[in-house]
Design a protein around this ligand. Structure first.
Ligand code: WTA
Length: 658
């Protein structure tokens, strides 16, 4: 955490537009109006046990009901719904089929080259059972961690559900990460198997996924991994190790469709998902069965107001938490139709999203501000060519949305009739925490509005005291909730210290610090202003500055590196690196390319610095701490404000300015 961070929290608030919920679009929304929302909030506050108990019993299937709602005696290590037995894949599949919904489309998938697959709940169930049996056949047992390194194909969702079915937690690694990053995650999690594909299609290119898996496993560098299950997607030539590798199309179709869901304890691990923090390597965020399932289910139901015949589309990748909660688990637990799209808009196909919406008659659309800003830039004439009248609700997630992009989204994509649902949450929170609800909440461009029922959010100062309205401070959550992460895999202290002990407890109660700065306005609306720690958000992707710095210094010519975010009109932020070289080495333009590629190799293309500046030294305090505030100002071409008296060597500034 950066001690200078409070300076970066701005305190001005000027947006005054307000949009009231349009009654006509949301007559039957799952929460009928603001009064009902308020009643739910009050109930959750006055008797959280009953609130969560009723929701858990009403919304999930239990093989055996739980004995207690929450055990917080060992805070911050929560235990929810102890004694209960349930299974997430049962909640996403079996129970819908039992209710006669087997013929409903669960997943509409569109591949990058244009092929379409529609998979019913019954078909999905069969395929999940076969895959679960295949996993058992290759030796996966309850409790074993299975890594997924997949393109956006239905097999990714099928594999996740198959793992959940047999109680093998999954660890999905985004397909854009490099083989090195994959290896770190496989080893940290002690993964037993990897499910991957020969390759994936991305932006007119083929990503060689299997090759990256081979590199990650080279020469026994991941000793825990016994087998690799490979989906044939691109049909590129790949190398195959018959002792270890299995083709999906050979192994899975031969299996039986009978595979009863394992009765899991509420607190059994469902998955580990790595995300960047301010210190060290990415951390494995652990989510468990019942609490996560409940929160993904409830938030999806409340926020998106999906009707039985709706088509819902979230454009995230399954490699991120948004894909976990709002492509797979939330929609399927609610028996909705979830669209999965392998492609992305790009210069050769700028209308790709709108074309998908028109052809599949999408009703609910959920995407990231960075995409909206890119669409604004290419102009409204592109979406205007398509019929987007099926849309009823537009969601956004991943980073603060600027009011201009919010208004453009509402007017151009939503034809001024769809509510804009700006959802604030994190990998750690499991599901959305602060968000408007359709038909309930009046919206303001750029505000995530109000916390969901059961969530006690606040903005506080460093002592944990609530700040006055319109003052900047730290965004915190004051009470545990079912979808909260349970720990950092293999490092419980890091979980306690980074999130729950960063701010002082209030009256002995621990509070969760999210890492974001925010303010509340006079109506209590939250305005999230972005990270106040050393995490940067590039196009909605979370990156730790330390991670990129370690990647840079692992290059033999680099002696020291400091990485900061620079505000970027399209991406939100971009990566700028200040690098000092080993003595006698010269910073050439070839070396810049080399270093960028080196970061790409160590982490993945998303982490490549946009700009690298060479310098003889970095600005440091006398105690040797890099003064990032100064570097941030330099990177964005601003004047250096604030105190520079703690600088060890003031000549550094002149050099850096040059
Ligand atoms: C940022 C993504 C402002 C925030 C679901 C958070 C947002 C981080 C919003 C989590 C939003 C996410 N408004 N900022 N609506 N949504 N963020 O773990 O900085 O990839 O801490 O989870 O994204 O990123 P993560």
């Amino acid at each position: 955490m950066n001690s200078e961070s409070s300076e970066t929290i701005e305190t001005v608030l000027q947006e005054e537009r307000i949009f009231h919920p349009s009654e006509s679009n949301f007559k039957n929304s799952s929460i009928s109006g603001f009064d009902e929302y308020q009643k739910m909030v009050d109930k959750a506050n006055s008797d959280p046990e009953i609130f969560w108990k009723d929701n858990a019993l009403n919304e999930l299937h239990w093989f055996k009901p739980f004995n207690s709602v929450l055990d917080w005696s060992n805070a911050p290590f929560a235990k929810w719904f102890e004694g209960g037995k349930t299974n997430v894949s049962y909640n996403c599949l079996d129970r819908h089929i039992e209710q006669g919904k087997g013929g409903k489309i669960a997943i509409i998938w569109e591949g990058e080259p244009g092929e379409v697959r529609k998979i019913t709940y019954k078909e999905l169930f069969d395929e999940v059972c076969r895959t679960a049996n295949a996993l058992k056949q290759i030796g996966i047992q309850k409790g074993d961690l299975v890594a997924l390194y997949m393109p956006m194909i239905p097999e990714a969702a099928i594999a996740m559900l198959a793992c959940a079915r047999i109680g093998a937690p999954h660890s999905v690694v985004f397909g854009g990460f490099s083989s090195e990053a994959l290896r770190d995650r496989l080893n940290d999690g002690n993964a037993k198997a990897v499910i991957t594909a020969d390759g994936g299609f991305r932006k007119d290119k083929i990503i060689p996924l299997k090759k990256a898996v081979d590199e990650a496993l080279l020469d026994g560098s991941c000793p825990s991994v016994d087998s690799v299950l490979v989906v044939q997607r691109t049909r590129e030539n790949i190398s195959f190790n018959s002792d270890r590798d299995f083709w999906w199309h050979e192994l899975v179709p031969a299996q039986s469709t009978e595979c009863p869901a394992e009765q899991m304890d509420s607190e059994d691990r469902l998955f580990v998902l790595y995300t960047s923090g301010s210190t060290g390597k990415p951390k494995g965020v652990v989510h468990t069965t019942a609490g996560y399932n409940l929160w993904a289910h409830l938030t999806f139901k409340w926020i998106f107001d999906v009707r039985d015949d709706d088509v819902y589309w979230c454009t995230a990748d399954v490699g991120w938490i948004t894909g976990h909660s709002y492509i797979v688990y939330g929609p399927l637990s609610n028996c909705s139709t979830s669209l999965m799209y392998e492609g992305v808009p790009r210069p050769s196909n700028p209308g790709a999203f709108w074309d998908v919406i028109q052809r599949h008659q999408v009703n609910i659309f959920y995407t990231a501000p960075t995409a909206i800003r890119a669409f604004m830039k290419t102009g409204r004439n592109i979406p205007d060519k398509y019929d987007l009248s099926s849309l009823r609700l537009l969601g956004t997630v991943g980073e603060p949305i600027n009011p201009e992009a919010w208004m453009w989204y509402r007017q151009v994509i939503g034809g001024d009739k769809c509510p804009i649902i700006d959802t604030w949450w994190q990998t750690e929170t499991g599901g959305v925490m602060i968000s408007p609800l359709p038909g309930v909440t009046s919206t303001k461009p750029g505000s995530a509005t109000l916390p969901l029922p059961g969530i006690e959010a606040d903005v506080v100062d460093a002592d944990g005291n609530s700040v006055e309205p319109n003052q900047g401070g730290y965004l915190v959550i004051k009470k545990p909730w079912p979808g909260m992460m349970r720990t950092v895999h293999g490092n419980p202290n890091r979980f306690r210290e980074n999130y729950w002990e960063y701010l002082k407890p209030i009256n002995g109660n621990l509070i969760y610090f999210a890492g974001d700065g925010a303010r509340r306005d006079d109506d209590g609306y939250f305005w999230v202003m972005g990270r106040v720690d050393d995490v940067i958000n590039v196009s909605g992707h979370r990156l730790g500055t330390m991670e990129i710095e370690s990647a840079l210094v692992s290059h033999k010519l680099v002696s020291e590196a400091a990485v900061v975010g620079r505000p970027d009109e399209l991406k939100g932020e971009s990566v700028v690196a200040f690098v000092t070289l080993e003595s006698g080495k010269e910073g050439t333009s070839e070396l810049i390319i080399q270093l960028k590629n080196h970061v790409g190799k160590e982490i993945g293309a998303i982490a490549k610095p946009e700009e690298i500046r060479f310098t003889n030294s970095l600005p440091k305090t006398r105690s040797g701490k890099i003064m990032r505030r100064i570097l941030r100002s330099l990177a964005s071409g601003e004047e250096i404000k604030g105190d520079t008296s703690t600088l060890e060597d003031r000549n550094v500034l002149d050099e850096l300015r040059r």
